[in-house]
Design a protein around this ligand. Structure first.
Ligand code: ATP
Ligand code: MG
Length: 381
């Protein structure tokens, strides 16, 4: 007999020829998530199992965060020949529960002496005898005692919902503009959940922004990396660009011009990294640089699609997700971001393109971008 986790994945994505590819990828991601737990992960009979872990709850926590996993069931695998032992184990797994239950047997081994209705009836009867505080309800039971007869018998009661989504890497790659704020880690997480491998670009304005601000961003990337299976962070030196903008461009346009630089640089890094899209944490109207007109001016400098998964979210909704994915605490640390260093007093909310282009014409655009790119520090977390 051994304890294991039975991993369930969504059926929607599994139709057709991609199914084996999807499942192999999911097995690799689960292995990555539990590699420090001493656990073993394998595929058998069209399903994924995890066993040999040192701590069940830690292992559940890890596996339920892997994109592509829809639920996890702590199960017991035992020889199927001894039906008495199966019933005793079922009783042990139901002990301590209250309310109603039903046994749900499935038998893929058709030579097994008892068929599914017979297993339901006999196991149900023995559970009731041993645990009289429980009642049977075949329509809407509080607990479902699953007994599956395959090459072995598998028993499980608890079904723990997981994150869902698709395995990272099954839907291409994208580059996340990662600040130290609340929004961008959430945006990256949401796109990664759809099976996209993420790498990150962070703009750093040393000494206006401190080393601790940079560490904070790396900590955020580390948090995300559990779900995203590792993240490469490109830290771009941004001080010179910001100083030049501050010096030479109209004040109300400095933020927008800076954001356009960020997009251009991020796009170049994205291309080097084989990415097909950019991701930002913007949402309509959150700040002056996120009015629809302003978003239009930042979009227009790149030719890649820009994904803004938070576009229709209120701040409170974003905070809720940040809490759930455990990035909120780090994001709330007080270190300054480069966006807050030279903030204009009256940023343009209805920007005029001529003004932006006029400002940009005063800058050595290509040299500034090339210099920033040559100073990029790459950190894998
Ligand atoms: P966040 O909470 O993610 O910092 P925000 O509400 O502060 O977002 P802005 O500062 O206007 O919004 O930035 C909008 C988006 O631009 C961010 O979500 C992020 O994707 C990107 N961004 C801003 N600052 C940086 C930076 N220093 N490095 C990389 N990307 C950045
Ligand atoms: Mg920010």
């Amino acid at each position: 007999m051994r304890e294991l986790l039975l991993v369930r994945f969504g059926e929607i994505f599994l139709k057709g020829l991609n199914r084996p590819y999807f499942i192999r990828s999911l097995v690799r991601k689960i292995r990555y998530a539990v590699k420090d737990q001493g656990a073993e992960v394998w595929m058998h009979d069209g399903r994924i199992f995890v066993s040999g872990f040192s701590d069940l709850e830690t292992c559940i926590d890890r596996v339920t965060r892997v994109f592509g996993v829809h639920s996890v069931c702590p199960a017991v695998e035992m020889p199927k020949e001894d039906f008495d032992a199966i019933c005793s184990q079922a009783i042990e797994m139901m002990r301590g529960l209250r309310g109603t239950f039903k046994v749900a047997a499935r038998r893929s081994d058709k030579r097994y002496p008892l068929d599914s209705p017979a297993i339901n009836e006999e196991a149900g009867y023995r559970i009731l005898q041993a645990l009289p505080e429980l009642r049977v309800d075949v329509h809407e039971p509080d607990h479902l005692m699953n007994i599956e007869i395959r090459d072995h018998a598998y028993l499980y009661v608890r079904v723990i919902p997981a994150v869902g989504g698709m395995p990272v890497g099954t839907n291409g790659r994208a580059t996340l503009l990662l600040s130290g704020g609340i929004d961008s880690p959430v945006a990256g997480w949401m796109i990664a959940k759809r099976g996209v491998q993420i790498n990150a670009v962070h703009f750093h304005s040393y000494p206006y922004t401190s080393d601790r601000a940079k560490e904070k961003v790396l900590d955020l990337a580390r948090k995300l990396s559990y779900s995203c299976c590792g993240i490469k962070v490109h830290v771009v030196p941004f001080t010179e660009i910001q100083m030049q903008i501050h010096e030479k461009c109209p004040e109300e346009y400095t933020t927008l011009i800076m954001r356009r630089f960020m997009m251009r640089i991020a796009e170049r890094i994205a291309r080097q990294e084989g990415c097909e899209a950019l991701i930002t944490g913007e949402s309509i109207g959150q700040v002056a640089s996120q009015t629809m007109e302003a978003l239009g001016t930042t979009d227009s400098v790149v030719s890649m699609p820009v994904f803004r998964p938070l576009i229709g979210f209120d701040k409170s909704e974003i905070i809720e997700v940040a809490r759930r994915i455990d990035t909120l605490e780090i994001s709330s640390l007080p270190y300054e971001d480069c966006c807050t260093v030279f903030t204009p007093r009256h940023p343009a909310t209805r920007p005029k393109m001529e003004k932006i282009l006029e400002g940009e014409a005063r800058l050595e655009m290509e040299t500034l971008i090339a210099d920033a790119l040559s100073g990029v520090e790459v950190i894998s977390v």
